[in-house]
Design a protein around this ligand. Structure first.
Ligand SMILES: [Zn+2]
Length: 488
């Protein structure tokens, strides 16, 4: 009897282990090496000069609303026209919303859906204090091009132009029409640039087979537990929701306070919101670890392959990493609190601002409902802040010709890193093309290490000259692949 029980337990253990092993084998993708490509010859020094020239055009918005500086854009447009004569002879150039640029490289097959590569022309401001080389002088020193926009994202703008000019020089003509969508107000939401461009394409009845805009890069440390460099392609963007919470209370003197003040009621509500975030969804992270495949250590592959068994453990481990936590749930951030102004006066009102970032799958209505349930107090009123909310974007497939060929080009140009899909935590201009494209990918063709940390939007923004040259190779290869009927 006792023996039977032992055998039964042993049997169950062996079967479970076998099941776990088999599932792991199925989950852990191997990567077939692709041949690295030579690519077209790139004169890195000249490309560096061109990027430096674009940095000198100070396309910084004049105010928080994103008002463009007409003179800066005039300079940039002139610089592009002079530096890339073939692009400006052979491609149609349209100006959208005053400063955004839409180039059309007409393909030989009008029946094929066009593709689009994107970058934005605007950059964030830079106080020259603390910079090794001034942010808008476009210095080339110590193997780097220095200045605002060299990482975000004039590197990509110049990469696209440079690749197209070189391909035109070789007499290349795509089968599939290639568009360049170059916004002018991405840093302030793209409402006057790419949003209009998206509407223009929609009105023309254009539907795109694929888009690549700025986004993930190639780096170590992007996925918790994975040591080596991985290339991450953004397949969606989180949504945005700012909510104002208000409580009206009884004003009065602090010598005779009521049992509960407006501040007390609001504080309880905020504490509850923070203590009860929206639930986690492991399945949003699973495609990333599946894509990384055998480059992830076994102790990660096994639980991801067997969420049925290790799900709770896995969640607990991933939640400790802020990026991973934000990648699998709608986050809640308390950002502003307003209450009284006098130490001896109870204010009639207290209010707070909470910023939620929505995971694809959670809607604005879901979050508002969740907040109401969690707070469970009719004295706390809340409403979304005008102009400060948008739903999470649909998830583009990590299968199909557009994704697979993009992934292949990355592996060809950057020596076979594992390529995986992920959900971008921030927003980019390509959000405005959701109505005209189902295959929107966010990827910046740049290999980055620790030394890049904090440079984007920060002090001493700079890019290595060879990194810039690789970006040109990447775009020329991508345009040749995406320019074909098969996109392969
Ligand atoms: Zn950017």
């Amino acid at each position: 009897m006792f023996d039977d029980l032992i055998y039964l337990i042993l049997g169950v253990l062996i079967l479970t282990t076998l099941y776990v092993v088999v599932r792991t084998i199925i989950f852990a993708r191997r990567h077939h090496r692709v041949e690295s490509i030579e690519g077209m010859p790139v004169d890195a020094a000249t490309v560096a000069e061109h990027l430096a020239a674009s940095v000198r055009c100070q396309t910084v918005p004049l105010d928080d609303a994103g008002t463009p500086d007409p003179e800066a854009f005039r300079q940039l447009h002139q610089m592009l026209a002079e530096t890339y004569p073939l692009v400006h002879q052979r491609l149609k150039r349209e100006i959208i919303g005053g400063y955004s640029l839409l180039y059309t490289w007409q393909g030989s097959r009008a029946d094929l859906e066009p593709v689009m590569v994107m970058a934005h022309q605007d950059v964030v401001s830079a106080d020259p204090d603390g910079w090794t080389h001034p942010p808008f002088e476009g210095k080339i020193v110590d193997g780097f091009i220095w200045g605002r926009g060299t990482l975000d994202i004039k590197n990509q703008l110049i990469g696209i132009m440079e690749a197209a000019e070189a391909l035109l020089r070789q007499g290349y003509r795509p089968e599939r029409t290639i568009l360049f969508g170059l916004g002018h107000d991405e840093e302030t939401g793209g409402v006057n640039g790419c949003r209009v461009m998206g509407q223009v394409l929609k009105e023309r009845g254009v539907h795109l087979a694929g888009i690549v805009d700025e986004g993930g890069g190639i780096s170590a440390g992007l996925a918790a537990g994975v040591r080596g460099a991985v290339a991450l392609i953004g397949v969606s963007e989180k949504g945005y929701l700012t909510v104002e919470f208000t409580v009206q209370g009884q004003a009065g003197h602090s010598s005779t306070p009521p049992p509960q003040t407006a501040i007390g009621i609001l504080a309880r509500a905020l504490a509850r919101l923070e203590a009860h975030p929206m639930p986690t969804h492991l399945r949003r992270l699973r495609p990333m670890y599946h894509g990384i495949g055998i480059a992830a250590p076994l102790y990660i592959q096994v639980p991801f392959a067997n969420v049925w068994l290790f799900g709770p453990l896995l969640k607990r481990w991933l939640q400790r990493n802020p990026e991973m936590n934000a990648s699998m749930r709608t986050t809640t951030a308390l950002t502003i609190v307003r209450g009284g102004v006098e130490d001896n006066t109870i204010p009639p009102e207290a209010s707070a601002i909470v910023n939620f970032r929505l995971l694809p799958g959670d809607s604005i209505a879901d979050v508002l409902w969740h907040a109401k349930q969690v707070i469970d107090d009719d004295r706390v009123h809340f409403k979304p802040v005008e102009g400060k909310f948008n739903e999470a974007l649909p998830i583009s497939p990590h299968k199909g010709p557009a994704y697979e060929s993009l992934s292949k080009v990355i592996r060809q140009v950057f020596d076979n890193p594992p390529v995986a899909p992920f959900i971008m935590l921030g927003g980019t201009d390509c959000q405005h093309f959701v109505p005209v494209c189902d295959h929107i990918y966010r990827f910046t063709a740049l290999m980055m290490d620790e030394s890049f940390r904090g440079l984007e939007h920060g002090i001493d923004e700079r890019i290595p000259i060879n990194g810039m040259a690789n970006m040109v190779t990447f775009y020329s290869q991508l345009m040749q692949v995406w320019g074909t009927k098969q996109m392969a």
